[in-house]
Design a protein around this ligand. Structure first.
Ligand code: PLP
Length: 392
């Protein structure tokens, strides 16, 4: 059975070009880039090229890029650097819908005594900008707001947020892990101070990330050790993966305009096909401002986990809630923050596409999913009850 993989916000396949670029560094080019001899020096040059490619995708300078081990490390580094470098400021701000990489760290910091404001979102997952403006304080050390939500794909108005924070001299970190490579980004235009990205969301391997730190931003390293990354992140560089990330960023830059239009058209076809055929289904989040590859659809009166299991029989890989919370039957904190009704939050499925998806695959899902939902509803006591009472 063919696998139809539409869970690219969880992770992506490594692009063949990325794999090819990495291979020499897992075989013959194994030198430590810090060593003095020329055998290792050539490795160092490839590191510099990779740094340049990552910077180019963001329209940043290579010195502003620090390689890390993953997106979570990039987020943690940024947040901890911001508070450590401003010990007098005790207030920090984030949103109600961040990924656990940010959410759980903020909860940890709150337990340690930092005062935290959580910006709410509306029913479409849009940030409450009034709350954001009203809760900034003189002692706000950092605001951390994601660029794109991993579950719904909804985009936050990062440019507007950055303008306000720059004017007030408050550090701004954005978790752009789902956005990088999917939408254009220009660090010369958007006043972000720190931006986290992760390789495995854009066709590089797992276990490699990067943090953009705007020149002049106060910074304190999270991993203290050797002089690597100009003393900003200790540890011998993961050369092969860094080269892979550089190549993936190059490819993403080349594909950004054309391929993402194609991905968006596939996503729209899938979404429309499902909404036309399945009654009592709706898109979660602001459909007019979201990533081109993501749709989250709530199917009322069915259990997301049951849908996933039945789709699996047709080779379809998607996700209910966020990848990191699947396995738990609680509706995700994102859908809860949006106030998505319980009956629909439980049956919400995230489809996230990539450039490797095809029209044929969308047809496969549109053919097999509607009968799955119908079958599950026939078995659902909630649906039967809702039918009797006229609610469904
Ligand atoms: N932030 C967001 C928005 C994500 O989607 C993810 C991964 O799902 C992460 C952070 C964590 O990234 P990593 O898996 O590279 O640690």
């Amino acid at each position: 059975m063919k696998t139809v993989y539409v869970d690219n916000n969880a992770t992506t396949r490594v692009a063949p070009e990325v794999f090819e670029a990495m291979t020499p560094f897992l075989t013959e080019l194994y030198g430590n880039p810090s060593s003095m001899y020329s055998f290792a020096g050539q490795v160092g040059r490839h590191l510099s090229d990779a740094r340049q490619h990552v910077a180019d995708l963001l329209n940043a300078a290579p010195e502003e890029i620090i390689f890390t081990s993953c997106g979570t490390e990039s987020d943690s580094t940024a947040i901890r650097a911001a508070i450590e470098s401003q010990p007098d400021k005790r207030h920090i701000m984030t949103s109600r819908v961040e990924h656990p990489a940010v959410k759980n760290l903020f909860e940890h910091l709150a337990r340690q005594g930092w005062q935290v404001s959580y910006v709410p979102v509306d029913a479409k997952g849009r940030l409450d900008m009034d709350y954001f403006h009203d809760h900034l304080r003189e002692d706000t050390a950092l605001v951390s707001l994601m660029w794109a939500n991993n579950e719904t794909g909804v985009l936050f108005p990062v440019e507007e947020i950055a303008a306000e924070l720059n004017a007030r001299g408050v550090l701004f970190h954005t978790d752009a892990i789902q956005a990088v490579g999917k939408i254009p980004m220009d660090m010369q235009k958007v006043g972000v101070d720190m931006l986290a990205l992760s390789g495995h969301k854009l066709h590089a391997p797992k276990g490699i990330g990067a943090l953009y730190v705007r020149k002049g931003t106060k910074f304190a390293p999270f991993i203290i050790g050797g002089h690597q990354e100009h003393g900003r992140r200790g540890g011998t560089e993961n050369v092969a993966s860094i080269v892979g990330l550089g190549r993936a960023c190059q490819l993403a830059g080349e594909n950004l305009a054309e391929e993402n239009q194609r991905v968006k058209a596939l996503r729209d076809k899938l979404e429309q096909g499902l909404l036309e055929q399945v009654p009592l289904a709706a898109v979660n989040g602001d459909a007019s401002r979201r990533l081109p590859n993501t749709t989250s659809i709530g199917f009322e009166y069915v259990e997301g986990e049951a849908i996933l299991l039945m789709m699996d029989q047709y080779g379809i890989c998607a996700s209910s809630g966020s990848a990191c919370t699947s396995g738990s039957l609680e509706p995700s904190h994102v859908l809860r923050a949006m106030g998505v009704p319980f009956t629909s939050a439980h049956g919400s499925i995230r489809f996230s596409l990539s450039i490797y998806n095809s029209e044929e695959e969308m047809d496969h899902i549109i053919t097999h999913l509607p009968p799955i939902i119908a079958r599950l509803r026939e078995m659902s006591p909630y649906y039967q009850e809702a039918r009797k009472s006229g609610a469904a």
